[in-house]
Ligand binder design. Structure first.
Ligand code: ZN
Length: 429
């Protein structure tokens, strides 16, 4: 039997448009697909469906966080002077603990639960170099009900001895995990090959990853041009290449199914390489500031028609919440004009931030036909939001329009207003 939900439906259409139904009705099939959405009461049409009345709540698509690190989340909020100090002093010692089964089990379960509690229904996640820990992460994701892309981190140089992998073994372990998990539950779980970055990967490994991705038609995620120190290191490690992006390009790992995080320091040629290969970008404004890495010129890349989604980059980012990430993407963009008025930078709008956290993220992961907005035929991945919690004085004029509700939700929202969460029509929170 299917179900019908009534509520104030708020969903993205594009970077500048949202649609709002007050009230709206959502009919969902037994298999979790959206059968119909509109203003008409659907109860007469689907007579045997269960009915859920959320007339005073918002119904929104689930959020999509396209970049985060499972093993790092206990480190949230622990700051450091820069990316490499943070990696060496905090991250690597912590990731090493995931060699132990019990540790991986405990933290994987909490991680996916926290994402869902925050309204994130789709995530793209790095684990550690450990095959067992990655397998456990998949198991936890399977049980939690979340939609996710998961990958074992790959590193075969320039990291502490205990984090170093044998190149062939790393590729074989990844292959084993692909064969076991990719496509599980009608693609709810996908594998994503996860070389950490070119600093910690030999060219031989990157080439092996490119081959594996083609053979199995698999996604790839990595980091690109996050900090100036990283770029200096890349010049030393890969002196034969013109720029950072060329390393990934020549290794054959840039494609429409590749997502590169950060992309702060790219030259014209590098942007063209990302364009011609269809590579997607994960914008992580919170982490970029938290680790003092820099400010990505979102608008510059967006105007070149590059596809961009948002990533919390937990724990480079200090919050699981996509409300926070939407706020950060707007506020960070506003500061650019103060620093350099000559850029005449057009700040990100609330509609645009909402798009990036939903349909934009889905497009970056090439699953925009499946999720990211509330439309007929898509999976019923959605949230019930108690936005009235943000209206202390119960002043109806304040939250009378869709744009006002959206703005209030972005700036003041948190997991406290996420009342219920559904993936594939199934309640998971
Ligand atoms: Zn990251």
């Amino acid at each position: 039997m299917g179900s019908i939900f009534k509520g104030k439906i708020l969903s993205p259409i594009s970077k500048s448009k949202i649609f709002f139904l007050n009230p709206g009705y959502l009919a969902i099939s037994e298999k979790g697909k959206i059968l119909e959405i509109g203003q008409n009461d659907l109860r007469n049409k689907y007579r045997n469906f269960s009915f859920y009345n959320f007339f005073d709540k918002l119904i929104c698509p689930g959020f999509i966080d396209i970049h985060n690190h499972l093993p790092q989340f206990p480190l949230i909020g622990l700051s450091s002077t820069n990316l490499f100090t943070w990696l060496n002093e905090l991250v690597f010692p912590y990731e090493d603990k995931f060699r132990y089964k019990k540790f991986a089990q405990k933290y994987s379960g909490i991680f996916f639960h926290k994402l869902l509690k925050n309204g994130t229904t789709t995530t793209s996640t790095y684990v550690t170099i450990h095959k067992q820990a990655t397998d456990i992460a998949f198991q936890s994701a399977k049980e939690s009900g979340i939609r996710t892309f998961i990958g074992k981190v790959m590193m075969d140089r320039e990291v502490p001895e205990n984090m170093l992998e044998d190149t062939q073994k790393s590729l074989q372990d990844s292959q084993g995990l692909i064969e076991k998990w990719d496509g599980y539950d009608e693609d709810r779980l996908r594998y994503v090959l996860s070389p950490r970055f070119a600093v910690s990967c030999s060219f031989q490994m990157l080439k092996g990853i490119g081959k594996l991705a083609k053979r199995y038609n698999i996604y790839i995620q990595s980091h690109l041009a996050e900090s100036k120190t990283e770029i200096e290191l890349i010049k030393k490690l890969y002196p034969e290449f013109k720029n950072y992006t060329e390393i990934y390009y020549k290794a054959g790992i840039l494609s429409e199914k590749t997502i590169m995080a950060h992309c702060i320091y790219l030259d014209k040629q590098e942007i063209e390489t990302l364009q011609k290969t269809g590579t997607k970008i994960s914008h992580c404004p919170t982490a970029n500031r938290f680790l003092s890495s820099g400010i990505m010129r979102y608008r510059k890349l967006e105007e070149k028609d590059l596809t961009i989604g948002l990533g919390t980059d937990v724990a480079g980012g200090y919050s699981f919440s996509m409300f926070n990430e939407m706020k950060e993407v707007i506020e960070t963009s506003k500061t650019i004009n103060f620093v350099n008025p000559k850029e005449q930078y057009k700040p990100v709008t609330v509609e645009e931030a909402y798009y990036l956290a939903t349909l934009g993220g889905a497009t970056a992961l090439s699953i925009e036909n499946e999720t990211g907005s509330l439309e007929k035929g898509k999976s019923a991945d959605f949230l019930v939001i108690d936005y009235q919690k943000l209206n202390d004085c119960k002043d109806n004029d304040i939250l009378s329009e869709a744009k006002k509700i959206l703005s209030k939700m972005i700036y003041c929202g948190s997991e406290n207003i996420v009342k219920q969460v559904y993936v594939k029509g199934k309640r998971v929170i």
